[in-house]
Design a protein around this ligand. Structure first.
Ligand code: 2P0
Length: 352
């Protein structure tokens, strides 16, 4: 796997824009990891969640995306150096339709996007991807949108993307109602948690794309799991408690709530019919290491998303001990250390 910074990627993308950068823009966005999860939609077409969620935006794995409005007869989309096809293409083209509708324009676009981290492996590439696309496409089409409008727009591409508009910690409000009413009330906004300044150690067990999309897994869990509604009820309480724990900079409480919320989400998936299981034996081995760290007095807590990779929240002072403990036993393919990262932004001055 090659890791590239957003700044390095911006250079070839700038070439795509050519000398005349009118109706063109490049944006960079980072993934976010939810500490209180989004799992389940109340409205599939507007991507409105059943419950609110809370995340931290990371400073690793940026997505860099260039959008140029073009005279071509259709949108062209390149992801990680290859033409996007099938569902990946359709999701981007539909998203551009929303931008065009809001901007009152009908030209197509050329989109070129690169992820510095693994794609579709439960490491939030769709969050950084649609956040970067929202910012770049809005700028390229001249859409006048503030941060909240961009967050709502990014949500239409991938729910979790609405949180990557913001750096640090963000809360995604579930909002009220379906359709247009839900659309205006469901957005993310930043919350003050920078003083907490935790580390998130990302233990990559497997960077292959997942076998079942989170969208399908979410739908199946909502529709069939008897554990889904109990988890959603518990998650609303988790969100309230998490906001208070972040506000009082209480890392052990933040970690404990995050871990129970993630385990509950995975439990609800396990009871879906057919069952959805993202965690592998290696993920479970890493959870044991996190328990052992705690038994040794280190405040380390795990969270897992739609994939087998395990992210461990801890204080910066403990990050190297956590990395060493996770490396033992040979269950990880790669370890990345993340801290709080920036919100999505245009790359305005060329590569930096
Ligand atoms: C989250 N995940 O809160 C949760 C936890 C994965 C597990 O948001 O269907 O790609 O595009 O809205 O945002 C992954 O789902 O799903 C996700 P769609 P998305 O981060």
């Amino acid at each position: 796997m090659t890791f590239t910074s957003g700044a390095e990627l911006a250079d070839p993308l700038a070439e795509l824009l050519g000398d005349n950068a009118i109706d063109a823009a490049i944006a960079v966005a980072h993934p976010n990891i939810a500490l209180v999860k989004y799992w389940g939609k109340r409205d599939e077409s507007y991507l409105l969640p059943v419950t609110g969620s809370l995340s931290m935006t990371l400073d690793i794995y940026p997505t860099t995306t260039a959008v140029r409005v073009s005279a071509e007869p259709a949108d062209t989309v390149e992801l990680n150096g290859r033409p996007a096809v099938g569902e990946a293409y359709t999701r981007v083209a539909r998203f551009l339709d929303l931008v065009r509708e809001r901007a009152g324009r009908d030209e197509h676009a050329v989109v070129v996007s690169s992820n510095a981290g693994p794609t579709g492996a439960g490491l939030a590439s769709s969050a950084s991807g649609f956040a970067a696309l929202a910012v770049a496409a809005a700028a390229a089409y001249g859409l006048d949108a503030d941060a909240r409008a961009l967050s709502r727009l990014a949500r239409r591409g991938s729910g979790s993307a609405c949180r990557s508009l913001f750096g640090g910690f963000a809360v995604w409000h579930a909002g009220e109602g379906d359709g247009e009413a839900g659309d205006v009330s469901s957005y993310a906004e930043p919350i003050d948690g920078d003083a907490l300044d935790p580390a998130l150690v990302v233990a990559v067990v497997d960077d292959e794309a997942k076998a079942i999309s989170s969208r399908e897994a979410m739908r199946r869990t909502c529709d069939t799991s008897p554990f889904y509604l109990p988890w959603a009820d518990a998650s609303r309480i988790d969100l309230d408690e998490m906001r208070k724990a972040v506000a009082r900079r209480d890392l052990p409480a933040v970690g404990e709530i995050a871990e129970r919320n993630a385990l509950g989400m995975h439990a609800s998936m396990l009871l879906a019919r057919p069952s959805v299981r993202y965690l592998s034996p290696r993920s479970v081995a890493l959870l044991d290491r996190v328990l052992a760290l705690r038994a040794n007095g280190i405040a380390a807590f795990a969270t897992m998303d739609a994939g087998p990779n395990v992210k461990v929240l801890c204080a910066r002072a403990d990050e190297q001990r956590v990395i060493a403990a996770l490396r033992e036993g040979g269950d990880v393919a790669d370890i990345q250390l993340a801290h709080l990262g920036p919100g999505a932004a245009l790359v305005t001055d060329g590569p930096r």
